[in-house]
Structures are given as C-alpha cells and as structure tokens.
Ligand binder design. Structure first.
Ligand code: GLU
Length: 282
C-alpha cells in the first residue's frame, strides 16, 4: 500500500450534479475523476445535489443519481442538498448587498438583447442598464454583482488549476453576473462557491466547460473571506460530432444501461482508462 503524504487525508473533492435531467455518461466520467482524486489519496468524496432550480429540478432523480454511482462502484462520504441551505445563500447575499456590492436588476433577456449586449463565456454580458437607473420595486428583480467595484475591493487574486497552472482571476469577462436569481435564492455561482466552503472542499473537481466560472468563484471567495481550494477542470466526454455529451443531445441515460444489466464497474474502469468504446475524451 502506498504511504499517504502528510496532508493527503485532507483532500476533499465533490461531484455536484443538478438533477434537472437523468445522469448520463459525462456525469459518470466527472464522478469517477472526482471520486478517484479523493479516494486514491485517502480523502473524502462528496456528492452535492444542486437542486435549487425550482422549475427544472426533479427530486425523483436524486435517488437515480445515487444508485448509478453505487453501480459504478463509487463510494461517497456525504450527500448535502442545496435546497436545505437556502438561508446561507440569503445571508451571504444580504451581506454583499449591505456592502453596496449588489444591485437589483429588473431586465428581461429581451431587454438585455435589445441593449446590444456583447457575448461573454456564459451568454450575454450585462450592459449595466439597471446600475444607472432607479429601481422599480413593482417588477421582479434579480441581484447582480458590481464586478468592477468588487475587484477594486479585493485587488488582484490568483487561483490554481491542477492542469492549467496559476491564473489571475479575470471575472470582468463575465460582466455583472447574477448572484440572486428572480426565481431562486441564489445563482449557481453564489450557491456553488458557498457550498464548496461549507463542505470543506479542497479540490474543486468539474468539467472544463466550467473553467471560466472559476474566475467569478475566486472573486466571491475573496469578497466573502472563504477558504481557497485548488481546482481540477477535467476534459469532457464528447459525442461523435465533438460536442459535450448532454441529455439534450440524446445521450443515453445511465439508468437504462444499469437496468439492462450492464457491468457498472467495468464501465467505470473504461472511463478511468479513457477506453470507452465510441467515446471521445476532449
Ligand atoms: N451543477 C453543475 C452541473 O450539473 C456543476 C457545478 C460544479 O461542478 O461546479 O453542471
């Protein structure tokens, strides 16, 4: 048996699915990577259920995700649910609001398009319309982070990715992101950042499609004085046409394969070895 290095037992990784659709192969790959990075070093692996999207989240799928992980031979240490942590998101948002770092925004997607917004890494960059005008409380509002002001408060901050190395956080590429949604108490950025801290995650493991989001998360950690983990943005499992595997492109649900009697341990091994028949790792 390999001796553990002195801090190896402290490695905590997570797999953080949103149960908005069935678990597919791309999720399985992400879970295997996060699980192995923790368990090979004697650390902990957390399965965090990101279930705060009231309109899309399907509680009936949570059990299916866990059954699939079991079938793949992955052992987890805890299963926190974001839906049980809404107060902590609200507290953080209130604190940022009190510091003048959030502003209400009543714009619809159409308003933002009409304002001639530029494209950023995750859709349109908000042109700042509501920052400049009085708030109309009769309309539903989201709350956006004033990124320029936040950057002036924290100065230059860095983050380290296992694969990409050290980067200087550049959250301005997103513009003023939403931290509190009109229809949910937190956006993905706020909830995931707070939860990684609450769960004691030391190595944030996720697909490289979320690489740029880390620029925002690092800024939030600096603003909220949260511990700073390392990141591991792994490559993606792609369809034959080179696109990320996703349910909406018809990638088969894992549950069907499990129920059809396929060997989950063998599938996990193929994912580890990047030897999936027909699978492309990008
Ligand atoms: N919940 C996100 C998803 O399913 C992943 C979030 C993360 O890993 O930071 O795409």
């Amino acid at each position: 048996m390999k001796p553990l290095s002195s801090n190896a037992a402290q490695i905590v990784t997570r797999f953080a699915p949103s149960p908005n659709g069935p678990m597919h192969l791309g999720h399985a790959y992400s879970a295997v990577v996060a699980h192995d990075l923790a368990k090979d070093a004697g650390g902990s692996f957390i399965v965090r259920i990101e279930d705060i999207d009231g309109a899309r989240s399907r509680p009936d799928l949570i059990d299916e995700y866990l059954r699939n992980l079991e079938w793949l031979g992955l052992e987890w240490d805890e299963v926190p649910l974001q839906s049980t942590r809404l107060d902590s998101y609200d507290d953080a948002a209130q604190a940022l609001l009190a510091r003048g770092l959030l502003y209400p925004c009543t714009c619809t997607r159409k308003d933002i398009e009409k304002a001639g917004a530029r494209h950023g890494p995750d859709g349109l960059i908000y042109p700042g319309t509501c920052k400049k005008k009085p708030f109309d409380p009769s309309k539903p509002a989201a709350f956006r982070l004033d990124v320029d002001k936040a950057m002036r408060e924290v100065g230059e901050v860095e983050w380290v990715d296992d694969i990409a190395g050290t980067l200087v956080a550049d959250p301005q590429m997103y513009g003023d992101v939403v931290l509190v949604r009109k229809d949910a108490p937190a956006s993905y950025h706020l909830a995931a950042t707070l939860d990684d801290a609450a769960d004691g995650v030391t190595l944030v493991t996720r697909g490289k499609d979320l690489f740029s989001a880390t620029h925002i998360h690092r800024l939030l950690q600096a603003l909220l004085k949260l511990p700073v983990p390392r990141w591991h943005h792994h490559g993606l499992l792609l369809d034959d046409d080179g696109k990320k595997l996703a349910k909406r492109r018809g990638s088969p649900a894992l549950a069907e394969r499990r129920e059809a009697g396929e060997d989950g341990l063998m599938l996990a091994e193929q994912l580890r070895l990047h030897k999936l028949k027909g699978g492309i790792f990008g």
